[in-house]
Design a protein around this ligand. Structure first.
Ligand code: KG4
Ligand code: ZN
Length: 347
């Protein structure tokens, strides 16, 4: 069964063809990073307009790369939640139109759940029960999957997502957008022990919090540069030298990642899953991979970098498993849901 996946929930326009939820036939991603980096973050209106410009060529390219005509495609899977409303509308409207025109079954896919399914394209698919650490720009969650569509949310962030913390700390340090990769790069040359930053203590044993850590970085930068808290935070980074900047990046990354790994390790000991996967943009972080592999007593297969950040292969892969259990949706009826928590979608 060949599924065409379509993804446009944030600032990547993507299409991909995946066979039987296992074989990646094409993976086209048009990133808008260059467009948004001027503004230091995603501008929703600009994102939606850019999706409109490229969605058709991206879909056509995915079919061409997969060596497929429309006759070869068995179904369409599209992200309908969560994300930016204008962005989601472009992908879903394209998918709905194509489903009607080409007479294909249409499956609505939850973006955050789909991130986990990038791991099903690994050489060895994960086995259940599976512990998933989902870490992106909008989400930080620990989820126990008992089967496809049968999962339990163990814990989540109480404030900022970890990717959001990377992005905000990058701004404080004067590093480029998106913050995750630039903080990780600066951290390679930094001392993770130079600045001792606090780990949040929370009542929920598997919950996270990253807002206090971000503020702690801000206060430490203010202390280090000798200005008080009334100094505009946007101008702070000019007062840091490269050594300080790298040491702050490394110290922040070390603390943020070990907070994630502490909770993942606790969940692993309590639930004894047969596999552990990481998913979402922050899953591309090498320090996360290093610490997890060091602390968990099982082999972890990590998804390739390009399948960790937003892509449509994960949408097509989850679409395959979804199609095994669920009826397709009516293309005339499909609506987008910009904020929909993953726990409400067990199927
Ligand atoms: O999953 P994703 O592509 O989009 C969302 O659904 O949010 O995740 C984007 C997030 C951004 O916050 C970005 O800074 C972060 O993932 N990210 C990273 C790395 N690469 C991307 N964070 C830490 N280390 C990385 N190497
Ligand atoms: Zn994402």
């Amino acid at each position: 069964m060949k599924i065409l996946g379509i993804e446009s929930s944030c600032d990547e326009t993507a299409a991909s063809v995946v066979e039987d939820g296992r074989v990646l036939l094409s993976n086209v991603v048009n990133s808008q990073i260059d467009i948004h980096s001027v503004y230091g973050g995603v501008v929703p209106e600009v994102a939606a307009r850019s999706h409109i410009e490229v969605i058709n060529p991206v879909i056509n390219q995915a079919l061409t790369d997969a060596n497929c005509s429309w006759d070869d495609i068995d179904a369409i899977a599209v992200t309908y939640a969560p994300g930016l409303i204008g962005s989601l509308l472009v992908g879903t409207l394209a998918a709905r139109t194509l489903a009607v025109l080409k007479n294909k079954p249409l499956y609505p896919i939850h973006h955050v759940e789909a991130h986990v399914y990038a791991n099903f394209l690994n050489e060895a698919a994960p086995v259940f029960p599976m512990l998933a650490l989902i870490v992106s720009g909008g989400h930080s969650q620990l989820v126990l999957f008992r089967d496809h569509g049968d999962y339990e949310l163990l814990g989540q962030t109480q404030d900022d997502a970890v990717g959001e913390a990377f992005d905000k700390v990058a701004k404080i340090l004067g590093l480029t957008y998106p913050g995750g990769p630039s903080v990780a790069k600066a951290a390679l040359n930094g001392d993770p022990k130079r600045y001792v930053l606090p780990k949040a203590k929370l009542t929920g044993v598997y919950d996270f919090s990253f807002s206090g850590l971000k503020t702690a970085v801000l206060r430490a930068v203010q202390r280090e540069t000798g200005v008080d808290f009334t100094f505009p935070s946007g101008e702070l980074s000019a007062r840091l030298n490269d050594v300080q900047r790298n040491d702050f990046a490394a110290s922040f990354q070390y603390t943020a990642i070990s907070t994630l790994v502490d909770k993942a390790e606790k969940a692993f000991r309590d639930y004894s899953p047969k596999s552990v996967v990481i998913a979402g943009g922050v899953a591309a972080n090498q320090e996360l991979r290093r610490q997890l592999s060091e602390r968990l007593p099982l082999h972890i297969d990590y998804a390739p970098m390009q399948l960790c950040t937003d892509n449509a292969a994960m949408i097509a892969t989850l679409g395959y498993y979804y199609a095994q259990k669920k009826q397709p949706t009516d293309p005339m009826e499909l609506e987008v849901i910009p904020s929909l928590s993953m726990t409400n979608t067990t199927w």
